[in-house]
Design a protein around this ligand. Structure first.
Ligand code: ADP
Ligand code: MG
Length: 341
């Protein structure tokens, strides 16, 4: 058994600027395991960016195309607990022998080995044996090797023998492509306007985007098989309130429009009236403070402004708060309305 999820394939992995190098390196390793100089291959990046998917795609590809190769996927957590059990049961030799017969070892989330000296030492021996025998090693980590603390230097120096490639947060085009593919695969209708809205509302990681899409597709499947703007907004507000850590753009817009007695259309308009510019800038400031959205996404929600306009708005509100006690009080009290909820 390889412990691979069959749906984690290269076909299902959407390529974009955020993952191009990591994907290309992974594919090269999958086509020629242990032949390329990418040994070990180390893929790193934050949560939900596709590390597990990508390294399992390597495993699935090799299993499919190289009959008889022993591919093994294991999380570092599982590796550690197997090791601890082996010590307890006096079966360390069996444990080592098992791992040394693997042709392609995929070890996920190696940062988990931090501070676990004995486990690292054992992995170091397995690593050397496999590498010397011309076997492929693939690893993932949530940070670059140089930032891994509590890791033995001799192990870290091994990681540098091969290739290290990172996964970045998904860029706009990639998010759009993912939403497009997920809906198309399920035969769900969605207008481009709605895809754009979603892509600008969830821009942190792919897992979160995927979660929202699963929920939207499930709801659309029950009804007219369409994801319209209304459904998208309702679902996002719901998910955001549930997670409680983040505030929705809609929530900010409604608090600001009510407080300043302006209309939603005003916030998105090109109006340069001070009575509208200030609320608009305050809304962008609150979006920056209270959500995880990028400057680009915030600009999108306020009439398609570019990120330099958003930076300017945030700067202006900061300056006003520094010089004007009333303004400081006002913005802080708006901010408090969200903290309560
Ligand atoms: P990580 O291991 O980095 O935390 P995962 O590999 O578990 O992230 O990815 C989270 C989810 O997002 C998975 O369901 C995965 O299939 C999906 N995913 C990530 N990146 C992509 C991508 N480029 N194309 C399609 N799906 C992706
Ligand atoms: Mg993972």
């Amino acid at each position: 058994e390889s412990f691979l999820n069959r749906s984690y394939t290269f076909e299902n992995f959407i390529e974009g600027d955020c993952n191009r190098l990591a994907r290309a390196a992974s594919f090269a390793v999958a086509e020629k395991p242990s032949v390329t100089s990418f040994n070990p291959l180390m893929i790193y990046g934050g949560v939900g960016l596709g590390k597990t998917h990508l390294v399992q795609a390597i495993g699935n590809y090799i299993k499919m195309n190289f009959e008889g190769k022993f591919v093994l996927y294991v999380s570092s957590e599982k590796f550690t607990s197997q090791f601890i059990n082996a010590i307890r049961n006096n079966s360390l030799q069996d444990f080592m022998a098992f791992y040394m017969q693997v042709d392609v070892l995929i070890l996920d989330d190696v940062q988990f080995l931090s501070g676990k000296e004995k486990t690292q030492e054992t992995f170091f021996h397995i690593f050397n044996h496999l590498h010397q025998s011309g076997k492929q090693i693939v690893m993932t980590s949530d940070r670059p090797p140089r930032d891994l603390e509590g890791m033995e230097d001799r192990l870290l120096s091994r990681f540098k023998w091969g290739l290290t490639a990172d996964l970045q947060s998904p860029d706009l085009e990639t998010r759009i492509a993912i939403i497009h593919k997920k809906t198309q695969d399920e035969g769900i209708d969605i207008d481009f306007e709605v895809i754009e809205y979603l892509a600008h509302s969830i821009d942190s990681n792919v897992r979160e985007l995927e979660g929202v899409m699963i929920s939207l597709i499930a709801q659309a499947s029950l009804t007219q098989r369409t994801i319209d703007l209304e459904l998208a907004k309702r679902t996002l507000n719901h998910i955001v309130t549930e997670s409680e850590k983040e505030v929705s753009i809609d929530g900010i817009v409604s608090v600001v429009t009510e407080h300043y007695s302006v209309r939603i259309a005003d916030l998105k308009s090109k109006s340069r009236l001070r009575s509208i510019v200030i609320p608009r800038q305050v809304a962008m400031y609150l979006a920056k403070e209270l959500t995880n959205l990028s400057l680009k996404s915030i600009g999108y929600h306020f009439g398609g402004r570019d990120h330099s306009t958003v930076i300017h708005a945030i700067q202006t509100v900061n300056d006003l708060m520094d010089t004007n006690k009333e303004m400081e009080k006002e913005v802080n009290s708006l901010m408090k309305q969200f903290k309560k909820k």
